[in-house]
Design a protein around this ligand. Sequence first.
Ligand code: SAM
Length: 270
Amino acid sequence: MIAKCSYLFTFTPPLLSARMTSMQIHILSLFPPMFEGPFDNSIIKRAIDNKLVTIHIHNIRDYTHDKHGTADDSPYGGGAGMVLKAGPVFEAVEAIKLELLEKGGVAEVPVVLLTPQGRVFSQQVALELAKLNHLILICGHYEGVDERVREYLATDEISIGDFVLSGGELAAMVVVDAMVRLLPGALGSEDSAADDSHSNGLLEYPQYTRPEVFREWAVPEILLSGNHAQVDRWRREQSILRTRQRRPELLDKADLTPEERAKLTSDQSP
Ligand SMILES: C[S@@+](CC[C@H](N)C(=O)[O-])C[C@H]1O[C@@H](n2cnc3c(N)ncnc32)[C@H](O)[C@@H]1O
């Protein structure tokens, strides 16, 4: 048991085909209750229930030493707002690392600081993180986190986009959600990450379900044909087409055949 862990979703080690152990994610936050809803539903809940991942939420305030649980202070040099103190964050990370070392022999644990100044999160970064066995995520708040956390504790810094959130909690949820759905077995047979937008550098093709005609809008006939080869070809074409229409800059790095590239160059119709 990790010391002073306020919210703990704990599970026994699973048997996974593609992984030796379940992934263990530790999240440091000043507002643990924020995680209750998002991690209690849908694919993340299923992954937790199926023991693919364990998620431990640690309250940073539990690592403070005054009776008020003071985790922030005013910035040196003056200015508006408060800064999350280095001490409680270091102590929380060190306690987690110590327990992982003593109980599991884990010597290296990546420590990610969520910050709008980090490298920008993407499907590729999600894939990279989903391969880890252990991960610590630090959620900042207020004006941010004492710079010494970034400099001497974090091994990585991730931003979920070029905008500023009030705290790192929503960013951590985004990162965890994108990562967990990539764990082998996290998606049911009805779901698949393989064709998802950004998985192969392209946007996904359009999707339809019943009824065949909704109002006066019919489903493309090819999808009703039962001809799987033709459906696959149509979906691939649609995927390339909509990437060209909406995110043409993605095509440079997309996984296209020489024929598909040649077709793109010759066919400039919308
Ligand atoms: C109000 S922000 C602080 C922003 C900081 N003053 C700056 O300008 O870089 C408070 C916390 O929210 C989180 N945060 C805000 N925007 C984020 C983003 N785009 N990606 C990841 N985390 C973010 C970080 O943990 C940050 O410490």
